[in-house]
Design a binder for this molecule. Sequence first.
Ligand code: SAM
Length: 831
Amino acid sequence: MESYGSDEGAPSFCIGNHETSRSLPITSQVVRIAHESNYDMLTAPITNQHFHSRVLGLLSSYLSTLQSPDEATSQLVGITSSWIDLCSPDPLIADLSRQVLMLEVAYAAFCGIGYLLLPGPKLHHGDMHSEGVIYYARAIQDAISLGPYIQFHIWLPMVNNPELEVDTVGDLAPLARGEFLLPIDGALPKVDLFGTWDAWDLIRKVCKYHTRLFVALSMPSRLPPLSVQSRWHSEPVHLLTIAAACFLKNQKGFPVLSKGHQALIAKLMRLRTPPWILLCDVGPVPGIDTDDADAPQSPLSGTEYPSLSQVVGSTKKHHDPTPHLSYLRNLQNRQPPRTPIERFGTGYQDYLQAPLQPLTVNLESITYEVFEKDPIKYEWYERAIEKALRDWADQKKPTSHPDGKVVLAVVGAGRGPLVTRALKASAKAGVEIDMWAVEKNQNAFVLLQRHNETIWHGKVNLVQSDMRSWKGPRVRKSAPEETNEPIGGSLGIEDSLLYTPKKSENDPGRASDLIDPTASGLTHTHVDIVVSELLGSFADNELSPECLDGVNHLINPVHGISIPASYSAHLTPISAPKLHADISLQSVSNPTAPETPYVVMLHAVDYLSSRNPPSEVDPAAQNNANRSSMPSGTTPATEFATPFVQTAWSFSHPNPNIPSQPQSQSTVSNSHNVRQTRLEFPVRHRGVCHGIAGYFETVLYGDVELSTNPVTMDAKSASMISWFPIYFPLKTPLNVPDNGEIVITMYRQTDNRKIWYEWMVEVFSLERIATPTMKLPSPTGGVRPGSPSVDSVRSKAGPKEQVDDGVKPRYRRVRVGLSDLHSSIKEGCLM
Ligand SMILES: C[S@@+](CC[C@H](N)C(=O)[O-])C[C@H]1O[C@@H](n2cnc3c(N)ncnc32)[C@H](O)[C@@H]1O
C-alpha cells in the first residue's frame, strides 16, 4: 500500500466505506458513485449470503454462482466471512472454517483483489481463552502463500473485551461440540488490554513478519490507555476502521469524534505509511446500498438550473447524506502542517541507514549541505564559543598566542560552518582569536580555501591534515614582518600548495617552514579552544574520542578547553516490528545485517520501559466529549509515554588521563576508550523487544547542550535535525512479560585498529515475594547505580502495588529470555 501522505503540508486521508450487510455487486459504476460522494474506496464481501447458507448445510462448489467484481478492484477491499471460526476447539469447525477461508482467498486472488480484510481470531470459547489463535495463525500463513499478490489485513479490536465477542445467527462457533469445550465455570475474564495485541503478535510471528501481513485496527468508542494506543502505533496498521458507534453528536446533532480519537488519528496519519480509514456502517453511500433518493444528480442542463431564491430556500433544507465522511474530511483539513523536522525526515521514517564513517570515508558536499541546514546545531555552537571567549577574557586567562589572541582551532572543519560561527562569536564577544581550521577531506578543503578568500578574508589558517598528525598552530615569536608567502601551510600536501591565497596577518608561512619552524621566526604553540563536531548518533560511534585524543597534547595544558566538553551515549529498549522485519529480510543475503547498528529516524516504535503519561492515570480525559473547548484548526495533543532512557557511558575532553604511549609500540593503545555498561529497565506492560534505541547528549560549553535523547531534547536543543537515533537490533526478538524487566549489557570495544560495539539483552520476570519482611538482594543488584529502580516504578504502579504495612514490596527476578551476544566487529569503525 503506498503512502497517501503528501511530502509537504498536512497529511491527507484515504477514506473508504464498509457496510456490513452490503450484498450489492461492486461494479465500476458503483465505485464511481462512491467517489462522487467523496469516498476513496469500498469494501466487498468475497462471498455472499448464498454461499454462507450453503456452507451451513453442505460445503460444496457454489463458487460458480458468484458474481465476480469487475475491473474496479483497485478501489476495493475484499472481506472474508466473519461467520467462520478458525480458532474453534472443535477440529471439525476449525477445519471447515479453514476450508472456507482458503476458498475465499483463492477466489479473491482469482478476481485480482489486492487487499483483503480478515476478521480477527475469536479469543473466547467457553472457559478457554486465546487457545486457538495458533490455528488461526497457521491458516493465515497458508492464505499468504495462496494469494501471492494480496495484502492481508487482520481486523482486530484494540483490546480484548470478552463481552464484545458475541456470536450471531449463522456463526459456526456455537456449533462446536460440547466435548471439545470447557464449560463456563465462572464469570467472563476481565478486559485484557494487550489481549488482541498478543494474538496479533502470535499471528505475525508464525507468519515470520511477512511483508504482506498488516493490521486493520478497529477504533473502539471508548479509547484504551495510551500505552495500548502507542503499542498499536508501532505495528503495521494499514487500515483503521471507525464504526458509527465511535462518533458522538455535537450540539447541532452532527457526528464528531472525541479529542482522544482525533489525537490518535492524527498520530497514525503521520506514520510513514498512514492507514486508510474505513467508515463502517455509518449509513449508505448515496446511490449505493439504498434507493436512489440521495444519489448524486447528473449535471443539470442550462435551463434546469434553479433560481437564486430557489437555491436559498433549498440550502435551508440541505442535509448532508454522508455526515461522518464530511467530518473526517474536515478533520483532514484541520491537520497541522508538517513541522520542520517532519519535513526534513519525510521518507526517512523507519528507514535503516548505515552510520557514517567520516574518518575513513570522505563525505560528499551534499552530505555537508544536509548537516548545514540544521537550524539549531550551529547556533548553539556559536553561543558556546561566544560564552567560552567571554569567560576567557573575564577570567583574564593567559592565551597561547604571543599577541594575546585566543588560539582557536576547528578540527574536522568540513566546509567551514563552524569556522564562520567562531569568527562571528569572536566579533560578538569582542575577543580576538587566532583562527585555525583543520580538515582531512581534501575535497572539502578546496571549499575551505575558497571561503577563506571570499568570506573570511584570509583570516583563517587552513591545514589539510588528519588532526591526529597535526603538529599544532604556529605563531611568530615577535611582531610579524612583511613577507610574500601565502597562508595555509598544508601538512597533508607539504610543499605542494595548490593555490595562492591572499596573505594575512596570521600567515604561518610556507608549509616547508615546518621542517624548521623557527627558521622564519615561527614557533609551535598550543590551542586554547579546540572546537569539533565529530559526534555520531550514539555520541562516540564516529570516533570522536580517538580523533580528539590525537589533538589532546596540542591543547593549552592549563586553561585549554574543548567544545564539546563532554558527550554521553544513552539507551532504551524498544519494540520495532517494522525494523525487525526489514533487517530479517536483509539477513537473507547479508548475515551481518542483525549485527549492525543502524542510523534511523525511529517512528513506528514503542518504548517498552516508560513512565505513565498523565492521561493514563485518567483515561476518561482523552475520551472527553467536550469538543467545543477545542480551538478550531488544532488537533489535541495527547502524548505517548516518556521512555526511561539511561546513560551508557561518557567521554570528556581534554582528557588528562590518556596513558603515555611507549615509543617502541607501532600501534597506539586505545584501551582507555573502552567502555561497558549494564542497565536495568522496568517494563510495565508485556511486549516484544526487537532492539535498543540509542541517543546522545553533549555539553558544548557551560549550559549550552545538544541532545537527541527524547527525554531531554526539547529542553536542550528542540528542533535540531542533524542526527537520527541509532538502533541496535536483536537477531531474535525477546518477549517481555507484564511487570518484567529488561537488562541491557553493552560494550564499546577496540583492538587499537578499529572500534565496535557488543550488546546483549536479558529479560526477567519479577515475582512478588509473599513475605515482604524477608531480606533479599535488590533486583538492581549488579546493575549500574542510577537505573530507575524496579521498586520505585512499582510503587508508582497503583494502589495495589503500594507499600503494604509500611514494608516495601520485594521481587525475585527470574530470567525468562536471553539474546545472543551481538557484535558489530565485522562492521567496525576503522581508527
Ligand atoms: C560531521 S563532519 C562536521 C563538519 C563541520 N564541522 C560541520 O559541523 O558541518 C566531521 C568532519 O570532520 C572531518 N574529520 C573526521 N575525522 C578527522 C580527522 N581525524 N582529522 C581531520 N578531519 C577529520 C570529516 O572529514 C568531516 O569533514
